[in-house]
Write a protein that binds this ligand. Sequence first.
Ligand code: AMP
Length: 173
Amino acid sequence: MSVAAVGIGSNLGDRFANLVAAAVGLGAESLLAGVSSVYETAPVGGPEQGPFLNAVVIIETATPARALLHAMLNIERARDRKRLVRWGPRSLDLDLLIFDAATIDLPGLTVPHPRLLERRFVVEPLLEVWPDAVLPDGTLVAGVGVEGDEPLGVYPFPSVSSPLRGGGSAVGR
Ligand code: AMP
């Protein structure tokens, strides 16, 4: 089994429902081992657009990284994700942040995610659910100071029913 961290974000449509769909979709593929709170954050770059909801999900998976990315893109598509403008508003965005201690540099898949450490809205929820997260080069994520605005709000992740490690019944609060 591999452990992976997946960043999820939404700033279009029913943003909470989009995040829940992402967690449910990942839970169908893998075991949900942790789900962060939901961080509401101002958009960074791109055209003028509404605030995002961001969270990080930790999964335990038997799926190889490439196939996992494929599943993630399908989860985005199922929420009507369209790629119209780079950095533009999106119903659902899934980023493979960390996959075990793997360094992957393939066309269409770079892991760890190249902008992981630049984004407070990724680092903060990641550390909430995985305080000891380490990159393949040994960098302790918690040891890297990350710039960025305070979140506009932090909310509990809505409950998600899924087959859970240890036989629990829900993740989130
Ligand atoms: P985005 O517009 O941010 O959703 O970009 C998604 C594209 O980035 C996908 O088509 C992937 O092939 C590519 N990509 C490369 N590395 C990653 C990664 N670590 N996680 C998610 N997408 C990635």
